[in-house]
Write a protein that binds this ligand. Structure first.
Ligand code: SAH
Length: 262
């Protein structure tokens, strides 16, 4: 398949850049990046991935890190629509998977409403990369029947996640929780989850998953906030709650995952 079919002119491709490590990109994502004439890049996309674009491609960073204010969503959408209509091969590079939080769905709706063709390419979502890097399966059948990906940060005006209901369900249905954007609100999340989950429920915090500066801490639910403070952990990080996390402590010095016994 030719490169251009991955990011044809006059269309926008939403590309999942994965958690940071360029080697975790899909081949489709790489081809779309290399075919792009214009890239709009979120701030959780690593420089190693942006560097894969051709030298002639225009790169616009639209994130809010590095001291700049984030570009308003409406402006990003207008820019994509205009550029696509002018025949550019537009790639919208988003961290992780484009449809796992991060407003990919809204962008597709606006582009489609403007009559712009849109393609979406999967990326590895941060919650998966974080645990896989520690050889921890989110659905280890000894510990969990399933997994919930949930946001710790609601959009303005939304009452947000019902942590109490979630805690009860996670307990009764044996579900692992993977919390995105939860570090800032960890004190409240901890307090509310404790209404349905035991104080000793294992918890893992992974910051900068897949990047050389990756760090993690393992603790229990009643120590979640204190651990984040003590270890100086910050965004971007995912918080994993549930018995599957006990596998991390069972990891030996060589990093091999050992099943917890007994
Ligand atoms: N679409 C993204 C998520 C966007 S929301 C994805 O699929 O991964 C942004 C949140 O993702 C961050 O607040 C953090 O919780 C998580 N995140 C993104 N990159 C991360 C990384 N490298 N390590 C840990 N968490 C990350």
């Amino acid at each position: 398949m030719s490169l251009s079919s991955y990011a044809a002119s006059g269309q926008v491709t939403l590309v999942g850049a994965g958690p940071g490590d360029p080697e975790l990109l899909t081949i489709k994502a790489l081809k779309a990046i290399q075919a792009a004439t214009l890239l709009l890049v979120d701030d959780l996309v690593s420089e190693g991935i942006v560097a894969l674009a051709t030298a002639s491609a225009r790169i616009i960073r639209v994130g809010k890190r590095g001291g700049c204010r984030s570009t308003p969503q409406s402006f990003i959408e207008k820019l994509m629509i205009t550029a696509a209509q002018e025949g550019e091969r537009v790639v919208r590079l988003k961290g992780g998977d484009p449809f796992m939080f991060g407003r990919g769905g809204e962008e597709v709706e606006h582009l489609q409403a403007a009559g712009v063709r849109v393609d979406v390419v999967n990326g590895i979502t941060a919650g998966l990369a974080a645990v896989t890097s520690l050889q921890l399966p989110l659905t280890h059948r000894q510990h969990a029947h399933g997994v919930v990906f949930v946001t710790g940060h609601a959009k303005p005006g939304d009452s947000g996640t019902d942590w109490r209901a979630l805690a009860q369900t996670a307990h009764s249905a044996k579900l692992t929780l993977v919390i995105y954007m939860g570090v800032g609100g960890a004190a409240r999340i901890q307090q509310e989850l404790l209404s349905g989950l035991a104080a000793g429920t294992p918890v893992l915090i992974v910051q900068n998953a897949s990047l050389p500066q990756q760090r993690h801490a393992q603790t229990t639910l009643d120590q979640l906030h204190a651990t984040i403070e003590r270890e100086g952990l910050g965004s971007p990080a995912v918080i994993v709650v549930g018995d599957v996390v006990s596998g991390v402590s069972a990891m030996d010095q060589t990093g091999i995952y050992l099943e917890r016994r007994g």
